[in-house]
Design a protein around this ligand. Structure first.
Ligand code: MOS
Length: 783
């Protein structure tokens, strides 16, 4: 890749962008100098809070005995629904929801009444001088709860599925054609149901908040947030303060995967606790509490019906999803939106039904909707191919969508065919025996599977500030967050190239609401948004300097027309005669300007047409608003080899290839890591991950990382990742589509399809654990 590393007309020989620059924050991280949100331990008077949580999933608090806990050393306060300060509002009212904003998924705030709705619900906050004192005192605190019979999931016969009126799946419910009739008339029909276990994000760094009231009406929050400005708006609304009186800081984040996108109760409760005790308060969720505090991918089942011709061309798709949600909110991940757009098919329909249970509200988890939705469509298509005797790749090519099948819009760019071709080549797909169950390595069954990946380019925007100094360094600021994925690094690279200075001359700052507002690092929007805003901000710097140059009698550009001036590697020069010009430092020094600031807004999606990404030579092409008539998606393909032990039912992923077309790749090393990480997470969902709620108690039985299985190094083979060099002139100024989520899309299906090829047995129940593999194999032995 990166054979053509051009990125803008200001710097046609971009040196940093696209390069595998090692993380600029790597040294700070490995030496412990990087300060995570729970590590601001020097705040004067900092005290520690822990939650006492309910073991009961439904009930009512009948008594609280704090006497023993109060006597324990170091205890400063015990706060319950009886004495915790009340928030100005909560998201339970429509007005509250509106004020708190888009970041709230769970409208319920605990510790407001005696009612218990889920196991793990905080019923008290214990505050002490040390963490250990708080933890110990919490064990001496007695909260009596009269239990009632809870509902554990949509599968509970006591619950009733309801249609949420299209709300949570509004996109997915968009239908086209007459799907039911087209399905009924289709010569080939296929119906299958797929289930997905509850999955939890479990980033290495748990949710954590430090709340410090500098005055009665001024609050600083050090939080684990994917978006500081979203968090600021929400906290301000809960506290009844204007936004500018709440500052949110997230300098480093130890992973997020979506669970740190919304605001969750612990942040609000920590702020209220700090108010009550008049000291800065730190609260860090425990690993078990991570299963009941920050959302999860909901347990769900989806039934997909495909109608097709005998040649394998899709005629109809009907999708129905059932899932579990909380007592208060209608959240459901929108699986059908990928089914709607992935292949050319004239008729499509989707419905969603929910069941209320005694759980917290589920929420975004990496590729919410696309990840499980792709499991259904990509397994179904594989089944269809097998039924018709077609190669899995061939059936995908027969249904290739040359335009967005749901809107008819052309794609801003689509390099999926190149992904298929390159992936097949890297993997050796042509060596695949078309017959299932026919490839062996000794006793072990070997299977090859593949699947398509795609993720939308969501509309987004954000601001950046760039300050360029005459001594040749720059300070670049964006209120973005770095989930650990490389934001500091790619921000540095983009700024360095756009300013024509070396990356080590860029000081890149993020993670603070005092900095220019940008969108959350979520929805694969972060990189495209802030890189574009940085780029646009540098253009403002160059405009100011160009103006200065043409008015400066001592400048070689004196009296030139500003539009005749270009900037190449920090040198302002005449387009027609590049030898006539000077570097920005000379110009600034002569004018006695120590530094100069520019700001800019980067827009993402929604038809931002840019001449930059296309490498256009005219600077006035930059930032042109386009018509918004393009459908924008990243695309990719995964290829997977598995070894299945027929006696034990164990599945090992032995080879993996992902090829992704995601627009411009800003750093080939961090991008590769992103794709590997998402792939590994998807392999986890495919083979291991499941949070189990006891069907009677609605309590998690494996809320820890020993019993909640996820892949470790020994489970993962060498992964091959490649990117297709893709120019997209429509997505944003930098042509970046975003790659945070696409790698988990189609992943579980690629594994399932490989198991199908190895064994001839189709597994549709995630995770595909050895017991299920064995059951499938035994079942068909009997048949
Ligand atoms: Mo992601 S689930 O948008 O952080």
């Amino acid at each position: 890749m990166d054979s053509e590393p051009t990125f803008s007309q200001t710097n046609p020989q971009a040196v940093a962008v696209g390069q595998p620059l090692s993380r600029v924050d790597g040294r700070a991280k490995v030496t412990g100098a990087a300060k995570y949100s729970a590590e601001y331990n020097n705040l004067p008077g900092l005290v520690h809070a822990v939650f006492k949580t309910s073991d009961v999933a439904k009930g009512r608090i009948t008594g609280i005995d704090t006497s023993a806990a109060q006597r324990e050393p170091g205890v400063l306060a015990i706060l319950t629904h009886q004495n915790l300060p009340k928030p100005a509002l909560t998201a339970e009212s429509e007005a509250g929801k509106k004020a708190i904003g888009p970041s709230v998924q769970m409208s319920f705030l605990p510790l407001q009444s005696d009612q218990v709705f889920y196991a793990g619900q905080p019923v008290a906050v214990v505050v002490a001088d040390t963490l250990e004192h708080a933890q110990h005192a919490a064990t001496k605190l007695h909260v009596a709860i009269a239990p009632e019979t809870p509902i554990a999931s949509y599968q509970d016969p006591k619950t009733q599925l309801f249609n949420p009126g299209g709300k949570p799946d509004a996109e997915g419910t968009k239908s086209r054609g007459k799907a039911a009739a087209a399905f009924a008339a289709a010569p080939v029909q296929l119906t299958a149901t797929y289930t997905h276990a509850t999955n939890h994000h479990n980033p290495m760094e748990p949710g954590a908040t430090i709340a410090q009231w500098e005055a009665a009406d001024r609050l600083t929050i050090y939080d684990t947030a994917q978006g500081v400005s979203w968090q600021q708006r929400a906290v301000a609304a809960y506290m009844g303060l204007p936004n500018d009186q709440v500052r949110v800081i997230t300098k480093y984040l130890g992973g997020g995967f979506g669970c740190k996108g919304p605001i969750w109760p612990h942040t609000v409760l920590t702020a209220l606790t700090a108010k009550a005790v008049g000291r800065p308060v730190k609260l860090v969720l425990t690993r078990p509490q991570m299963f009941t505090s920050m959302g999860h991918r909901e347990d769900q089942e989806q039934t997909l019906r495909l109608g097709a011709t005998k040649e394998g061309e899709l005629l109809a798709m009907l999708h129905e999803k059932h899932s579990t949600t909380s007592q208060w909110d209608d959240y459901a991940e929108s699986n059908s939106k990928i089914i709607r757009m992935l292949y050319a098919c004239p008729a499509f329909e989707a419905t969603t039904k929910l069941a209320r249970a005694n759980v917290i509200t589920p929420s975004w988890m990496r590729a919410p909707g696309e990840a499980p939705g792709s499991f259904a469509i990509e397994c179904a298509l594989d089944d269809l191919a097998a039924q018709l005797g077609l190669d899995p790749l061939e059936i995908r090519l027969r249904n290739y969508a040359d335009k967005d099948p749901s809107t008819g819009q052309p794609w801003s760019s689509k390099s999926l065919k190149q992904c298929y071709q390159r992936g097949a080549e890297l993997f050796g797909w042509n060596k695949r025996n078309p017959k299932n169950g026919a490839t062996r390595d000794g006793k072990t069954l070997v299977g090859y599977g593949m699947a398509t990946a795609s993720y939308p380019v969501h509309s987004s925007q954000g601001n950046a500030r760039v300050r360029l100094y005459a001594d040749g360094h720059a300070v670049v600021q964006v209120g973005a967050t770095d989930l650990g994925t490389g934001t500091y690094t790619i921000g540095t690279q983009v700024a360095a190239d756009a300013l024509g200075i070396a990356p080590d001359k860029v000081r890149f700052e993020l993670g603070d609401t005092m900095l220019p507002t940008t969108n959350i690092s979520g929805g694969s929007m972060g990189a495209g948004t802030f890189s574009s805003s940085i780029y646009v901000a540098t253009q403002s710097v160059w405009q100011q300097l160009t103006k200065l140059a043409v008015q400066d009698t001592k400048s070689p550009l004196f009296r030139a027309k500003p539009t005749d001036v270009e900037v190449v590697k920090g040198r302002l020069q005449l387009k027609a005669n590049p030898s006539k010009g000077e570097g920005f430092a000379d110009l600034m020094k002569r004018a006695d300007i120590l530094d100069l600031e520019g700001s800019g807004q980067g827009k993402y999606g929604a038809g931002y047409e840019s001449g930059l990404a296309a490498g256009a030579a005219k600077s006035d092409d930059a930032g042109k608003e386009a018509t918004g008539q393009h459908a924008m998606h990243s695309f990719g393909a995964h290829f997977c080899e598995v070894h299945v032990d027929p006696d034990l039912g164990t599945v090992r992923v032995t080879r993996w290839v992902s090829v992704v077309a995601g627009g411009r790749i800003l750093n080939s090393k961090t991008a590769r890591s992103q794709i590997m990480g998402g792939g590994i997470m998807g392999i986890g969902a495919a083979l291991m991950e499941q949070a189990v709620r006891d069907p009677n108690l609605a309590r998690y039985t494996n809320a820890n990382l020993a019993d909640y299985h996820m892949p470790v190094n020994a489970d993962i083979p060498d992964m091959t990742v490649e990117f297709i060099d893709e120019k997209d002139s429509y997505v944003n100024a930098m042509g970046v589509k975003g790659i945070g989520e696409i790698s988990i899309v189609g992943t579980a299906a690629a594994v399932g399809n490989a198991i199908f090829h190895a064994t001839g047995r189709r597994l549709r129940d995630l995770p595909m654990t050895p017991n299920k593999v064995l059951a499938a194999m035994n079942q068909s032995l009997k048949a």
